[in-house]
Write a protein of this length. Sequence first.
Length: 88
Amino acid sequence: MVKWKLVFTHQAQKDAKKLSISGLQIKAQNIIRILRENPFQTHPPFEKLLGDLTGAYSRRINYQHRIVYQVYQKEKIVKVIRMWTHYE
């Protein structure tokens, strides 16, 4: 099985530090592992985003925080945009 390459924006890297402090790092790592294997896996569920983030997807880390990412199918790349709340 071909694994997907993950790339992280500068913002996602900053968000990763917040996750480790908040105790959500393990949940986020599990989602990252799923994205590396198959970004379209349906469990846990993902949602297509609209508006400014049309073309991106998100998966919830918990009620407030989520991982937002884009998928480049041809290149087999998943670009992680955010890993924290978008309400701040």
